[in-house]
Design a protein around this ligand. Sequence first.
Ligand code: MG
Length: 245
Amino acid sequence: MIQCLPLPALSRDCALFLDIDGTLLDFSLSPDRVFVPPELPPLLRRLEAWLGGALALLSGRKLADIDALFGPGFAAGAEHGALLRAANGEMIVETSPNSTLAVLAAPLREAVAARPGTLLEEKSFGLTLHWRAAPAMAGELTVLAGKLAAPHPELLLLSAHEALEIRPRGTDKGAALETFMSRQPFAGRRPIFVGDDVTDEPAIASASAMGGLGLHVARDFGGATQIVRTWLAESLEQGGGGATA
Ligand SMILES: [Mg+2]
């Protein structure tokens, strides 16, 4: 059995914010092929109940993808905070789509079509170039994306794990966390965020700045999503939140 690192257990008065890919789930060759351990969605439901509803998923994925992975009804910040939805379905933040992204999408679509093993994830508020199955393409695609984005200073390019994120400036997971923290059932709680990537750093910083804890999978969990899941399950068990089988 994998042992948890000596991390503080979650307490019932926390607000919990979790990234998905590389944090709760292992990466796959393409984002639509990730494996969701069957015990994970019910564990998240029990955690949510134990925390009085103060649990939100903060991801670069589309809202529909988050729902497809874990079931509908979780509070979620999708597409790096461009869309924020409360657990009751209320849309808290809905950014206007950026028309420039469509201009970039066409040439990038052609570029990935010509490079087997790469793919373009097209979202409402961002584009993600993936090359996990063809890492040798990283340089070419990064240069191409940089050239295409250069005339559009409102766009931000961010290196991610075996991927490049292209999205408008102005939204990030830190702002998403702060917006959730200004509302019930999150307000007044101590924010705990777990993430694994450069796009998670703003939320790690926000959680710490608000008196909580910003945890990083590589730095705090030995780089293993299994340890994150075990830590969540053990915290729940220690806190009397129910069986975690
Ligand atoms: Mg991640």
